[in-house]
Write a new protein. Structure first.
Length: 281
């Protein structure tokens, strides 16, 4: 049997995670003295974003401990089974390095660890792509090759409602936040070589969403794609955007999900992301 492991920054829909018995290793969130080192997937989203709105500095986050991966890998490979482990970009977190060390310790010949060079909706799509290969009887190496193709060809673009949370997380300074908010600028970000970089700014959300779709179309063209829309506390708007995505892109499979605290602490409510990965031939 081949098991799929990822981390909580994939924010997989519960239905997908349960249907395929996907194992998720949680990153940690430190929200202060009384709320230190909580597993990301144990934090109620409404409570977290209310807390985030009140504080001046964003919560800190950290990678899983090596023991978490070692215990999981040991249990999954105990009877000779194999593991494909796909994780948040190494440029954003040390999670991949921890997973690689654990794999070397437990069963290096039966565990493949992949650096997705992505997170949130794009990481979720890579897990989904691996599932598709395994569902039709593919091997671990074939699933890893399909994910590798997606890593080289994905589009991941994001719209942020305002600059408040980027400033709280230290991504921009207070003057830039003030000026940007005065001008009602909404950053459009993208995944670039494993990092989340600025692409452009939009004066309205409508224009920002148009830019997300245009950028995704530029990167994937007319190829059949797996696609997903993610959001933070703006489900109705995200649903409307998702309908447009499904009309404009050649979606073979599509799903929606909500982004959680590790990524959400830097971008805040109102965040919408679009991930698209070409289907490997």
């Amino acid at each position: 049997m081949i098991h799929i492991v990822t981390d909580t920054t994939a924010y997989l829909p519960t239905s997908l995670r349960e249907a395929w018995s996907i194992h998720t290793v949680p990153l940690k969130v430190n929200m202060g003295t009384d709320l230190a080192d909580q597993n990301e997937d144990s934090i109620p989203l409404d409570a977290f974003y209310q807390h985030l709105e009140r504080v001046e500095t964003a919560p800190t986050t950290s990678q899983p401990a090596p023991g978490e991966f070692m215990r999981l890998y040991e249990r999954l490979t105990r009877d000779g089974d194999e593991v494909l482990s796909i994780h948040i970009s190494e440029a954003l977190s040390g999670t991949v390095r921890v997973a690689q060390m654990a794999a070397q310790e437990i069963a290096p010949d039966r565990i493949t660890v992949l650096n997705s060079r992505a997170t949130t909706c794009v990481l979720a799509l890579m897990v989904h792509g691996a599932i598709k290969v395994l569902a039709r009887g593919g091997t671990r190496n074939e699933a890893a090759a399909a994910v590798g193709y997606m890593i080289d060809n994905f589009a991941g673009v994001f719209l942020v409602e305002n600059l408040d949370y980027l400033q709280k997380g230290g991504r921009i300074n207070g003057a830039a936040k003030l000026l940007g908010n005065m001008l009602h600028l909404r950053p459009v970000l993208y995944l670039n070589e494993g990092k989340i970089d600025a692409l452009t700014v939009a004066r309205t959300r409508r224009r920002g969403l148009q830019q997300l779709l245009a950028e995704a179309q530029k990167r994937v063209g007319n190829a059949p794609v797996y696609a997903t829309v993610t959001h933070i506390q703006c489900a109705d708007e995200a649903q409307l955007f998702a309908e447009q995505v499904r009309q404009e892109l050649q979606c073979v499979d599509f799903f929606m999900h909500e982004t959680g605290p590790v990524i959400g602490s830097h971008v805040g409510p109102g965040f919408i992301g679009l991930g698209a990965c070409p289907v490997a031939g």
